[in-house]
Structure formats: structure tokens, C-alpha cells
Design a protein around this ligand. Structure first.
Ligand SMILES: [Fe+2]
Ligand SMILES: [Fe+2]
Length: 293
């Protein structure tokens, strides 16, 4: 039996965005920006921030086992915990910002708006804009006091061998599945090219939101939501052996979405008040008036 998680092991990150800042260093937009990103990263907190991200992944890789995911799915995918309007959920997400962090003056709503406005500016269909606008709403898991490492971070398949292309792969040695022969072979509980739909991913905001909205959005949007943190696949192609042709086709959309998520930060934040009516209409067009969490 795994021990219960004390508060100490729940929240190594001062702010959940630290994980996303780290992604920018790992996957910079261009070679030129790579140098700048590394500089920015060094200047900020020096090594302290790197240490917290490292600690965050140590916990994530230790505790995200196959059984952990099964249990979280049982607990959360009944959607019996709370019912609220979409906009109340957005307001809640905004309380997650830590104002003391100089690097993240943008709140969650700003990140969502910057992502969706960049998609809109490129002339994509409205469901794609909506996908950008809601893609991180699964972070409301924090409302239920979930540990950070079970809400954000790179996601990866559980129930089979962990790829060495996943960030900090050495930490998987502490994961009980690492020594469990049901789970530690290339295919584990799966079969070659079985398709991602039957593959359980580490638990977090991606799968949670996917399950919440799966009856309302086009399939391309659902892939973007469900796999947007699956960096070892969409950036490193580490799990092609589990994917079928349909997944490969759909991942073109995940690839299309990723730059909007990572690289849409702009110096002047969008005017959330002015934009609200547009997004109210868009949300109402596709999604029910209240959401069950
Ligand atoms: Fe996300
Ligand atoms: Fe995001």
C-alpha cells in the first residue's frame, strides 16, 4: 500500500505554471528563442525553480501507477462532486494564481484567452477557438485538494514500460509498476497498435476535461484536450507502437494545437471584459449551461 500523501508531498511547485515555464525551456519555439529561454530560466530563482520542478516530477513519477489512475477514474469520472456554471469554474481557476511569482503575472483566464485568441487570429473554426479557451479547465481538480502532480505535468501511458523520452525518466525506478511484470514490458497490459483510446494515461487535467466534454465537441478537439500534455508522444513519438492509424491522423491536430498552448504569451494581455460576450456565446453554442465536476 502506498502511504497517504502528506501536504509536504502535495505541492512542491509554488505555482502550477512552473511546470509550463519548464516546458518552454525543454521545447523552445526556435533556436534563437532557445538561448533566451535558457537565460530567463537561469535568472529566475537560479536553481531553486529547477529543484521544485524536479521534485514535482519525482513525486509524479513515483505515485502515478496503473492502480492510482484506476482509482482516480473511479473517484472523479462519476462527476458527482459539484455542479457549477462554466464561468464560476473560470473564476475559481483564477484563484490559483500566486501573485508573489514575478514570472506569472498572467492568471489562468489570461492563458486561456491568449491561447484561444491566437487560434482565432489564425482563422481556425470556432470549435478550435473554444478548445483553446477551455483546454486547461480540468485544473479545477485543485478545487478538490488534489496534489499538483495529479493535476498538471507531462502525461504518459500507465500499464506499460515508461519511455526514456519522458522528462526525468530515472524517477520511474521508484514507481511500484517499474518492478511489476504486468506493467513493465513494452506493451504491458496493451497490445501492439491497440489505439490510445484503450490506453490509460497518467491522471491529470487532460483526461478529466476530456471525459467532461466528450459528448459536445468534434473529435479533433477531443484529441487536443485529451493529449495536450502527452509530450513524449507529440514531441518525441515515443509511443507510436500503441497508436493506430486513426490516432496518427488525429495527432496532426494535437500538433497543431501545441504551439498555441506554449507560445501564445503576449506582453499585452487580452481584454477579458471586452472578450467575454464573444466567449459566452461560443461556450453556450457547444456546451451545457452548468458543468458537473
Ligand atoms: Fe494544460
Ligand atoms: Fe495550457
Amino acid at each position: 500500500m502506498e502511504p497517504a500523501y502528506s501536504d509536504k508531498v502535495k505541492s512542491p511547485l509554488q505555482n502550477m505554471d512552473e511546470w509550463e515555464d519548464d516546458l518552454l525551456v525543454r521545447y523552445p519555439e526556435s533556436k534563437e528563442k532557445q538561448a533566451k529561454a535558457k537565460d530567463d530560466y537561469r535568472n529566475y530563482h537560479d536553481s531553486e525553480k529547477v529543484d521544485t520542478v524536479r521534485e514535482f516530477y519525482r513525486l509524479n513519477h513515483h505515485y502515478q501507477t496503473y492502480d492510482f489512475v484506476v482509482n482516480k477514474q473511479k473517484e472523479f469520472l462519476r462527476f458527482e462532486k459539484k455542479e457549477m456554471s462554466f464561468w464560476d469554474a473560470v473564476d475559481y481557476l483564477n484563484t490559483l494564481v500566486d501573485d508573489s511569482d514575478p514570472d506569472t503575472s498572467l492568471d489562468q483566464l489570461q492563458h486561456l484567452l491568449q491561447t484561444s485568441e491566437a487560434i482565432r487570429a489564425d482563422g481556425h473554426p470556432d470549435w478550435f477557438v473554444l478548445t483553446g479557451f477551455i483546454h486547461d479547465m480540468g485544473k479545477v481538480l485543485c478545487l478538490f485538494d488534489e496534489p499538483q502532480w495529479a493535476v498538471v505535468g507531462d502525461t504518459f501511458p500507465v500499464g506499460c514500460q515508461h519511455s526514456d523520452k519522458i522528462v526525468y525518466p530515472e524517477f520511474f525506478e521508484d514507481n511500484p509498476d517499474f518492478k511489476d511484470e504486468r506493467f513493465n514490458t513494452k506493451y504491458g497490459v496493451y497490445s501492439p497498435n491497440c489505439g490510445l483510446d484503450v490506453v490509460k494515461m497518467s491522471w491529470g487535467h487532460d483526461e478529466y476535461l476530456y471525459q467532461m466534454v466528450k459528448n459536445y465537441l468534434p473529435e479533433q478537439a477531443l484529441y487536443m484536450i485529451r493529449y495536450h500534455s502527452f509530450y513524449s508522444q507529440h514531441r518525441e513519438n515515443a509511443y507510436d507502437h500503441l497508436m493506430n492509424d486513426h490516432d496518427r491522423e488525429m495527432f496532426k491536430w494535437v500538433d497543431k494545437f501545441n504551439p498555441y498552448d506554449l507560445y501564445s504569451k503576449v506582453p499585452v494581455p487580452p481584454d477579458s471584459k471586452a472578450l467575454r460576450p464573444y466567449y459566452e456565446d461560443l461556450v453556450a453554442k457547444y456546451l451545457p449551461p452548468t458543468w458537473k465536476f
